[in-house]
Design a protein around this ligand. Structure first.
Ligand code: GLN
Length: 202
């Protein structure tokens, strides 16, 4: 069984561990470099990207994590995790550190200007035809992405979507997947299973 870590410095770690429990993997929390070294793939949870970035530095995980990502370790980030994985963040804190595994620019708290949370049904590439119910909580969106970044989902037109219509909210680049929303909160294991497939394939 592949070993999948969940970065456990801050955020909705338990929800990701629970979502992975249904995926035939060994799911473990990761707080130390030795634990990171043992995983085949890593989930970066939702939470607060600025806090997680500071904790990555104080737990001496930032450089080891950058190195493993550069070596091709599969990763999946939801919300704050998506922000951390991106090359650049708009509306971030000046001391916020980026992992740079996804060649894209994200805008932090992009939806939050209008509403703190927002829900919609999305078409999501590489899943079956059922839409994914997406819960956005002070979520980022992808402002721009390189051609190498595959767009998996965008916000569909709806009366409540406002300025978010058409924004990119799920992506994949090589073995790295990210969603601006929280598949770990809705009991729909399909996005986690898509990530597990990537880990098995690599
Ligand atoms: N707004 C948070 C951040 O900037 C992300 C919110 C979330 O993960 N639900 O990190």
């Amino acid at each position: 069984q592949p070993v999948i870590g969940v970065l456990a410095l801050q955020g909705d770690v338990r929800e990701h561990l629970a979502a992975l429990a249904g995926c035939d993997v060994t799911a473990v929390p990761v707080r130390r470099p030795e634990e990171l070294a043992r995983v085949d793939g890593l989930v970066l949870p939702g939470g607060e990207s600025t806090t997680m970035s500071r904790l990555l530095e104080s737990f001496e995980l930032l450089e080891p994590l950058r190195k493993r990502l550069a070596e091709g370790m599969p990763a999946f980030g939801s919300c704050a995790g998506m922000i951390l994985l991106a090359r650049e963040v708009l509306d971030g804190r000046p001391d916020q550190r980026q992992l740079g595994a996804l060649d894209m620019v994200v805008r932090r708290n992009a939806f939050g200007r209008q509403v703190d949370s927002f829900e919609t049904d999305l078409d999501f590439a590489h899943l079956d035809d059922r839409p994914v119910h997406a819960v956005f909580i002070r979520a980022p969106w992808v402002e721009s992405a390189a051609d190498e970044v595959e767009v998996l989902a965008r916000v569909p037109d709806s009366p409540s979507a406002g300025a978010a219509v058409g924004r990119i909210v799920a992506v994949r680049q090589g073995p790295v997947l990210a969603t601006a929303f929280h598949p770990e909160l809705t009991g729909d294991g399909r996005v986690h299973r898509l990530f597990v497939q990537t880990v098995r394939a690599s």
